[in-house]
Design a protein around this ligand. Structure first.
Ligand code: ZN
Length: 298
């Protein structure tokens, strides 16, 4: 049994929405008028659109093509890659806040992959505006055979959960997948920076507790789910979509990339890092976010 896409919003709602900074951020004053997006009371920033995303039809075409996923039957971990380093963009809105701009992410991840044997990074898609989407996997090293064994267990949990639940050996063997999603709202920046700091700590720590954690789990980080919005300092992606309202239709490439990560990783927990929300939302069973589903959401 493969998970039908229609069920994925239910997975998304099993997330923790974690505010990272308690103060508000002013809106981008040069943002153009929004396309027709109904506002259901979630703040004026919802109608901002990433203003400076170039029209790149070829990039959008690439984003719609198949990207390499997580699942591999012939590679273990780490999977050291050399991520393409993007041209510096001095207009990236993260810079004035002292945060990591989108073009600064690949160099950081390339460095972290060299500083040990725990970090693997890959490009799993491109945004509407053609910007790379980065997935980082942090776990203890695995041989290719060990990775295949993990994949067999994952498929067993998916296809025969009752039998898998009775198997006590499975609990000792399986590395629990945890998915950390960051910056789905482009102007809720700090999840990206927090994720990078956590990855660095996990990559370099000598703490035996960290080693034990990584022997028992795989931690997946979507470093920025919305690079168009991050660069422009707005909530939406370059097409003007609130990506956290698009999981039902998955019309945007960023959402399809998140969906594929969740299909491939089958996480037991999703932690979604937002910002500027007064509280932590723990939502195991609520309906998916969307204008036709509910009136208030982070
Ligand atoms: Zn948010």
């Amino acid at each position: 049994m493969r998970l039908p896409p229609a069920l994925l919003p239910a997975l998304i709602t099993g997330l923790l929405v974690i505010p990272l900074v308690p103060h508000a951020v002013s809106a981008d004053p040069v943002a153009p008028p929004a396309p027709a997006v109904r506002d259901f009371g979630n703040g004026p920033e919802r109608n901002e659109v990433a203003a400076d995303v170039p029209e790149r039809a070829e990039a959008r075409t690439a984003a719609q093509s198949e990207q390499p996923g997580i699942v591999s039957h012939d590679r273990g971990y780490p999977r050291r890659t050399r991520l393409p380093v993007l041209p510096e963009n001095p207009a990236d809105a993260s810079i004035k806040l002292g945060l990591v701009p989108h073009h600064g992410i690949a160099p950081r991840l390339n460095d972290l992959q060299q500083r040990g044997d725990r970090v693997s990074a890959q490009v799993v898609g491109r945004s509407y505006g053609g910007r790379d989407l980065y997935l980082v996997t942090v776990t203890a090293p695995e041989s290719a055979a060990e990775t295949r064994e993990q994949e067999r267990i994952r498929e067993r949990i998916e296809n025969d959960p009752a039998a898998a639940a009775r198997d006590r050996k499975l609990v000792r063997t399986y590395k629990a997948p945890v998915f950390v999603n960051a910056n789905i709202h482009g102007n809720e920046w700090e999840g990206t920076d927090a994720a990078l700091r956590v990855i660095e700590e996990l990559a370099t720590s000598k703490d035996p507790g960290i080693a034990d954690l990584l022997a028992r789990t795989r931690l997946y980080f979507n470093i920025t789910a919305n690079p168009d919005g991050r660069v422009s300092g707005v909530r939406q992606n370059g097409a003007g979509f609130d990506l956290n309202r698009d999981f039902v239709t998955a019309s945007q490439p960023e959402v399809r990339a998140m969906r594929q990560i969740m299909i491939d990783a089958q996480p037991v927990t999703v932690i979604d890092l937002h910002g500027y929300v007064n509280g932590t939302l723990i939502e195991p069973t609520t309906p998916p976010h969307g204008a036709n589903y509910e009136l208030a959401a982070a």
